[in-house]
Design a protein around this ligand. Structure first.
Ligand code: ADP
Length: 622
């Protein structure tokens, strides 16, 4: 080794990933080729972009391409690109350590099912290491585009804990990765095998992928282009097969699964652009955690030149699961992120892309309900964020929401507001819903009793985000949305007791209401006769403008100051427990407290003094 050679250990986490890759991942070994070609293609993209402002980077070598070759005697495969290349420091940063938090997250996400884990490898930005699935030694030689020939770098590792770095002379810019195949991986030494893998996984790569022409069974000096080498989205829709759309999706998303759906459009007019947007079938690992900050997988091209990952600029956060490309003819080629943010065309592009995705989801809901169900299960809660984020499309987003309801089967979230409206009772003016912590809590909630008894459907909103979300949605299609745990339900028009009958009941219950007020004192804001209850003795009701209890609880858990409003207790005077409060004066005080505490428990409220509650309950039982 020369004076600039050194041996360095991998970061501990990288070493762990490598160990896993070399020892556990046996399925779909061939993905290494896709991952390495994908890196080579990114390197060509980067160079083309940087050369826009600095044409001298190309140094006369303007035909960007990727070469794949095999040396049967040496038992190696080499993937070479004439893209941007790397400096020594970049090699250390990109290959020896992982700058992004990808590796750690990859390790955290690992499960016992190592087969499934193979699928994760690209997603976590550790694709390069897939080389070690088939190779027991990998040699990378690279030279950055603007560096002198003497500043090449040779990196080599057998994937076990350390790597060596050495300065080398590299006359050509770019990167070559040579895999020294493991003993039993001879199948990858067959050029036809590599060609068919490239056709399957990398056909859509926009740069030519070349392999040496076979002459008399031997590789020659001439090259064949083995892929289509035209950016997929620029081709006419009718000519693109589903498999090609799938392969392209996998390339940009690093997802191993097929996408759920996509929309591919060319728009001409005021703005000229092409978009190819995909909805994945599975959630990317970072969808919920951190996914809002650092979004990837939506690429901006200008006139076929890759500019940058621009998910934040092209779609709102609530559509952050979308992957794809947008290729604009109108943006300036030399856009930086800052310039991009101020560009008026961009705002238009963003709303156009948003519309495309919502159109796609609409279509899915209408024409492919099963796929829509998959979508909803995976991304429904993310889409809900749109109600607060995207005022202009609120109604369209609300149309896509699905919930369980008192008239649907089980906990499956299948009922839309339109379904609900379609079967509303004559005279019904509002859409009723309840929010709770989970399906059982919602379905068993006492607040629903009278509505159920009168055959009025109630939407059961059971996800944590729902309470918050409904704060942004007051009506849908002209119908008011009413939380059944809040305010007056106005049930008289829907078969509930008439105003006179209510007055009478209230009058008859004046005594017990007064007594409860005395007994509960400061604990409650009000005690009143309920119109909601048929079977249960009592429930808690919020004011129209109170924050929902689920939301209050979440904020408290998050350490926030929440103004605690005192609960209003509604009672069912016909219930035996309520009657007993009037007659059993020895236990009235305990019974009154129990009534309140039970109602609080049903709302998922943590009791202030659970021990006292248990004592009271036991005293009454024994
Ligand atoms: P990812 O590509 O998802 O970032 P990889 O492990 O495949 O993860 O690659 C790590 C990094 O190494 C890349 O982001 C890139 O910066 C660099 N790299 C890999 N291959 C090449 C290449 N052929 N040319 C230039 N840089 C490369």
């Amino acid at each position: 080794m020369n004076a600039t050679a050194e041996t360095r250990p991998f970061e501990a986490e990288v070493a762990q990933v490598l160990h896993l890759v070399t020892h556990s991942l046996y399925s779909h070994k061939e993905i290494f080729l896709r991952e390495l070609i994908s890196n080579a293609s990114d390197a060509c993209d980067k160079l083309r972009f940087e050369a826009l402002g600095k044409p001298e980077l190309l140094a006369g070598d303007t035909d960007l391409h990727i070469d794949v070759s095999v040396d049967k005697d040496a038992r190696t495969i080499t993937i070479r690109d004439n893209g941007i290349g790397m400096t020594r420091d970049e090699v250390i940063a990109n290959i020896g350590t992982i700058a992004s938090s990808g590796t750690r997250k990859f390790l955290e996400a690992l499960s016992a099912d190592k087969k499934a884990d193979a699928n994760l490898i690209g997603q976590f930005g550790v694709g390069f290491y897939s080389a070690f699935v088939v190779a027991d030694k990998v040699t990378l030689v690279t030279r950055k585009a603007d560096m002198a020939a003497g500043e090449g770098v040779r990196w080599e590792s057998s994937g076990t804990g350390e790597y060596t770095l050495e300065s080398v002379n590299a006359t050509e810019r770019g990167t070559s990765v040579t895999l020294h195949l493991k003993a039993d991986e001879d199948e990858f030494l067959q050029p036809w095998q590599l060609r068919s893998l490239i056709a399957r996984y990398s056909d859509h790569i926009g740069f030519p992928i070349r392999m040496p022409k076979d002459k008399d069974g031997k590789p020659s000096e001439e090259w064949d282009v083995v892929n289509q080498a035209s950016a997929l989205w620029t081709r006419p829709k009718a000519e693109i097969k589903d498999e090609e759309y799938h392969a392209f999706y996998k390339h940009i998303s690093h997802d191993f699964n097929d996408p759920l759906a996509w929309t591919h459009n060319r728009v001409e007019g005021n703005q000229n652009f092409t978009s190819l947007l995909y909805v994945p079938a599975q959630a990317p690992f970072d969808l919920l955690m951190g996914g809002r900050d650092e979004r990837k997988g939506l690429k901006l091209y200008v006139k076929r030149v890759f500019i940058m990952d621009a998910a934040e600029q092209l779609l709102p956060a609530y559509l952050r699961f979308v992957r794809g490309v947008v290729d604009s003819d109108d943006l300036p080629l030399n856009v930086s992120r800052e310039i991009l943010q101020q560009n008026r065309n961009l705002e238009k592009l963003k709303s156009a892309c948003t519309r495309r995705v919502l159109d796609l989801l609409d279509k899915l809901a209408k024409d492919e309900p099963e796929k829509f169900t998959t979508f909803w299960k995976t991304f429904g809660n993310v889409l809900k964020e749109g109600l607060s984020e995207d005022f202009a499309n609120k109604e369209r987003i609300a149309k896509l929401l699905r919930f369980a309801s008192t008239k649907s089967e089980g906990a499956a979230q299948t009922v839309s507001f339109d379904d609900y409206i379609g079967r509303m009772k004559a005279g019904q003016e509002s859409i009723y819903f309840i929010t709770a912590d989970g399906y059982a809590a919602a379905k068993g909630s006492p607040q629903l009793e009278a509505l159920k008894a009168n055959d009025v459907e109630v939407m059961l909103m059971v996800d944590r985000i729902d309470d918050w979300m409904m704060g942004y949605l007051n009506e849908y299609a002209g119908k008011k949305l009413r939380n059944v745990a809040k305010g007056d339900l106005e049930l008289d028009k829907l078969g509930g007791a008439s105003a006179e009958a209510r007055k009478e009941t209230e009058k008859a219950a004046e005594g017990v209401v007064k007594k409860l007020k005395e007994l509960l004192g400061e604990r409650v804001r009000e005690v009143r006769v309920s119109t909601r209850l048929t079977d249960s003795p009592a429930c808690i009701v919020l004011d129209e403008h109170d924050m929902g209890l689920v939301m209050q609880r979440l904020l408290k858990q998050a350490g926030q100051d929440v103004p605690t409003s005192k609960p209003a207790l509604e009672i069912n005077p016909a219930h035996a427990l309520v009657k007993r409060i009037e007659t059993d004066s020895a236990h009235a005080a305990d019974l009154a407290l129990l009534l309140l505490e039970q109602a609080q428990l049903l709302e998922g409220v943590a009791l202030e003094d659970p021990a006292a509650y248990v004592r009271r309950l036991n005293a009454l039982i024994c």
